[in-house]
Design a protein around this ligand. Sequence first.
Ligand code: ADP
Length: 204
Amino acid sequence: KLVAKPSTTRFPATLSGPSSPPPASKSLNDRVAVLRADITTLAVDAIVNAANRSLLGGGGVDGAIHRAAGPQLVQECRTLRGCETGSSKITSAYRLPCKKVIHTVGPVYDMLDPEKSERLLEGCYKSSLQLAVENGCRTIAFSGISTGVYGYPSEEAAPIAIATVRKFLEEDKEEKIKLVVFVTFEQKDVDAYNTYLPMFFPSV
Ligand code: ADP
């Protein structure tokens, strides 16, 4: 079953039931949060936009971010000359309350090749976190990459997002990233994060 795969391969203990020892430490738990909000209102160091390959704006969260940031954002985006699927680029945030916008290009969900979609989605989260660190951003809020128009099922995307973030935080020994916020908007994503976050970041 697809949804179980990232957890069974990477964190077998999390799926073996409530009696198994919690695999994540309290200090790791304190570095993640889920928040149902309009991402354009968050005063974190960086917000992550679910962009398209042109980086020139679009619908959904991308449109909301460009509207709130003002026209200077698309001007800077034009200088970037697009972005590959699974990769990310960073800009200033202009009128937004955050400091930086990380534009990541999620995959259009391909039900004939879910493993490729998974690899690309993982790349979005990993490259965004890397860019955040390189730019001194310590608090970062992710929108649900690919779970809107790009059709990635929320219950498959959430464990990939969460597993990728957990791996990154475990390797980030110096705690360059202080807080990762998973921003949910629609009920289906709220439900998916409520299901999967406790599996990867159990409270101790
Ligand atoms: P994609 O094309 O990558 O699927 P979308 O913008 O269509 O991008 O959707 C990505 C996610 O962003 C979806 O989960 C959607 O519910 C969410 N979303 C849409 N508007 C906002 C907003 N203002 N703030 C936070 N999340 C949003």
